[in-house]
Design a protein. Structure first.
Lengths: 188, 85
């Protein structure tokens, strides 16, 4: 089904697209006729609509708004994916959550918030990744320190055994058999 | 389904297609149905359009893992129907 074409002389058809959206966004919830007329005058619209033409205008714009939201949702999904890719986010759940946030905001017409949310989430992810990296580095450093401590203890034990053996060999009071027994005791 | 309904249904399916796997919440979909109809619709009219989508197997739902919200997505059958519209 194709939507019926808008008549060229329909109210609002001669206005620029940006103006039409401004009118729709600011006037759609206002009561007819005074509030609408006041708001239209404030925006700078010269030709005021009749009641019928105003509601036809609103109906056209509502349909256009539905189409605009479809585009916004598609854009939000693409932007959330782009932000996730840029931030190097690998977790599927996190990326899908970003998308749901972006879609929900786009469906309420707040596409700027959708992008801001996606960016904020990506920044949080980035921060979390950096903290994880620091934790891993600290753990690696601790392991390295423990290995050094162990190596130092081993070296000191070897040094103690060497000194004891040197003393035993240099002791003239001991017989050869005693020295051999002492060596066996030291080196096991 | 008359011509206006078809436009509404098509818009709803297009919205779900754009949202992809993430899907949309039911109130947002109903609001989209309301907008696509042009003039404001009643709860019954919106629910009727939603039921049509669901009963024909064109949409399905899943629970979003973080907040456990029910989110609706388009099915393969829905994609086929949309392409045929």
């Amino acid at each position: 089904m194709t939507d019926p074409k808008t008549r060229v002389d329909a109210w609002g058809a001669d206005l620029p697209e940006q103006k039409r959206w401004e009118i729709y966004d600011t006037c759609q919830a206002l009561p007819w006729p005074k509030a609408v007329a006041d708001q239209l005058e404030a925006i700078g619209v010269v030709r005021l609509p009749t009641r019928a033409s105003w509601y036809r205008f609103l109906a056209r714009m509502r349909k256009a708004d539905a189409a605009r939201r479809v585009e916004r949702v598609a854009q939000s999904v693409a932007e959330a994916q782009a932000v996730a890719d840029k931030a190097g986010i690998k977790a599927a759940v996190f990326v899908e959550t970003l998308k749901t946030l972006a879609i929900d905001k786009a469906m309420t017409g707040d596409d700027k918030a959708a992008t801001a949310l996606a960016s904020a989430a990506a920044a949080i992810w980035d921060r979390a990744q950096k903290e994880k990296e620091l934790e891993l580095r600290a753990a690696a450093q601790q392991t390295k320190d423990e290995q050094l401590k162990l190596a130092r203890e081993k070296f000191e034990a070897a040094e103690r055994r060497e000194n004891a053996a040197r003393n035993a060999l240099g002791d003239n009071k001991l017989t050869d058999a005693d020295k051999l027994a002492k060596m066996k005791e030291i080196f096991g | 389904m008359d011509a206006i309904d078809k436009f509404v249904i098509k818009t709803a399916l297009e919205t779900l297609r754009a949202a992809g796997g993430a899907g949309v919440k039911k109130p947002a979909l109903l609001q989209q149905i309301d907008l696509a109809a042009g003039s404001p619709t009643t709860d019954e009219q919106r629910e009727a359009a939603f039921s049509l989508l669901r009963d024909r197997g064109w949409i399905t739902y899943h629970y979003e893992p973080v907040w456990h919200d029910q989110r609706w997505t388009i099915t393969e059958r829905g994609m086929t129907a949309l392409e045929a519209m």
